[in-house]
Design a protein around this ligand. Structure first.
Ligand SMILES: NC(=O)c1ccc[n+]([C@@H]2O[C@H](COP(=O)([O-])OP(=O)(O)OC[C@H]3O[C@@H](n4cnc5c(N)ncnc54)[C@H](OP(=O)(O)O)[C@@H]3O)[C@@H](O)[C@H]2O)c1
Length: 413
């Protein structure tokens, strides 16, 4: 008998694969919250075994556990463990964005086939509950577009650059403060954000999106003076992932992007993450919060465990076919260093006009014998802008390669 006189229900056994930053925080949080979870759920979650490279046996943990939590990261052996667990009829929780963005369909298919739950809230935007909102709260909403700041490291670096640091200074500060790894290449190249956008796109639009389908560009080539000019044009810079319906298909990409102050992502600073979901039915919803950190991520993982315990989650839906579209329209920031002589501006405008690039705003600066032309265009197909930029690069009066950065024009005021 339990202390309240009712019959005690068996503990809910959680097998824990991985005991690093997130795994150890998860184990601690589980112990701390187990009583409260048992109070409303009737079963007390306990860790029944831990696997690392130096301790534990996967087979033993699998045979005992009601559910497996995978916090190893990478592709193998994490993938093999998750597949084996699901084939054995066990529900699973993972925070592994690399795995889900590259082998998601195989994992989803296995979960469906065996009627088990596969939860992965912590794989995108850490503690921000965007996965559950897309899967459950917005399940009946026809989503048009998602924009996400889904990498805290790059958002931290760009925030520092906006305050005047160079890229190298901002990266060094991010590493000192623990926001960037010793090898930050996955973050600063945009690859980490691309993996998360592939997962979000699959959830929001139901179509399989592999990491290789996502075009991405990082922040390591950005110039501080682009940020200064952009400020004069009322713009702030973020690394934004976009997944949107375009031309009857789906476009998914990650780029450094300028935003006007009225966009909900423009005020997201430091290592925070945020995702906006747009649909005619709901206008726009923004979710934001800490995107990483052991405890924050562990709290999202534990939320998934509780959701499985309470029967709230269902197996993933089968995929829908949707064509992936690459060449989409966007407004652009265009930065040109030119020789300051008569006729230059007219030639630039002619080339832009030929490609139907029209200009929303311009800042012009004289720099002795040279001049700097910085403009924001109205939306234009990326392929047309590339042709215009290539032609401009060929002029002898253009002093250095033109620089372009996407601009999101929408504001929600
Ligand atoms: N850290 C974050 O803030 C964060 C945020 C969101 C999502 N995530 C995701 O959470 C997952 C875990 O990240 P983390 O930062 O906790 O990683 P971590 O600190 O590197 O920990 C990884 C754990 O996995 C174990 N492991 C590695 N290879 C193994 C193998 N072959 N067999 C068994 N165990 C193995 C390691 O064991 P040893 O101790 O023996 O090396 C370690 O305990 C990743 O998918 C990551 O992308 C992390």
């Amino acid at each position: 008998m339990s202390p309240d006189g009712g019959s005690a229900r068996a503990d809910f056994k959680v097998g824990l694969l991985g005991f690093g930053t997130v795994g150890s925080a998860f184990s601690e949080l589980l112990e701390e919250r187990a009583g409260e979870i048992a109070r409303f759920n009737g079963r007390r979650p306990v860790v029944c075994g831990v696997l690392t490279r130096s301790r534990g046996s996967f087979e033993e943990i699998l045979s005992q556990a009601d559910l497996l939590v995978e916090l190893i990261g990478g592709i193998e052996p994490a993938k093999g463990y998750l597949l084996s667990a699901m084939r054995a009829g066990k529900d699973v929780v993972s925070a592994n964005k690399q795995l889900l963005s590259q082998h998601g369909e195989e994992l989803f298919e296995t979960a469906r086939e065996h009627g088990v739950r596969l939860r992965f809230e912590a794989a995108v935007a850490g503690a921000v509950p965007v996965v559950r909102v897309l899967e459950e709260s917005l399940a009946a909403t026809p989503i048009e577009r998602i924009h996400g700041i889904v990498n805290g490291t790059t958002n931290y670096i760009l925030t520092e650059m906006t305050l005047g640091s160079t890229y190298a200074e901002a990266l060094a500060e991010a590493q000192r403060s623990g926001y960037a790894e010793a090898d930050p290449s996955d973050d600063v190249s945009g690859r980490d954000a691309a993996a998360k956008m592939a997962i979000l796109a699959r959830l929001a639009f139901g179509t399989p999106v592999h990491l290789d389908d996502v075009r991405y560009e990082g922040i390591d080539h950005l110039h501080g003076d682009d940020l200064q000019y952009a400020r004069e044009l009322g713009l702030g810079l973020k690394l934004v992932g976009t997944a949107e319906r375009r031309q009857g298909g789906l476009s998914v990409h990650v780029h450094p992007t300028f935003l006007y102050a009225g966009h909900p992502l423009s005020s997201v600073s430091g290592a925070f993450n945020a995702v906006t979901v747009e649909s005619a039915t709901i206008t726009e919803i923004t979710l934001s919060g800490p995107g990483a950190g052991g405890l924050q991520t562990a709290s999202a993982v534990l939320g998934d465990v509780v959701s499985v315990m309470t029967g709230g989650a269902r197996p993933p839906a089968p995929p829908l076919p949707l064509r992936l579209v690459e060449d989409v329209e966007s407004a652009y920031y265009l930065h040109l260093d030119v020789v300051d002589r008569p006729g230059v501006l007219a030639s630039v405008m002619q080339v832009l006009g030929e490609q139907e690039v029209s200009i929303r705003s311009v800042v012009q600066r004289g720099l002795g014998e040279n001049a700097r032309l910085v403009m924001v265009t109205h939306p234009v197909l990326e392929s047309s802008l590339r042709i215009a930029v290539e032609k401009l690069s060929g002029f002898d009066f253009v002093r250095s390669p033109p620089r372009t950065i996407r601009v999101i024009e929408e504001e929600f005021l």
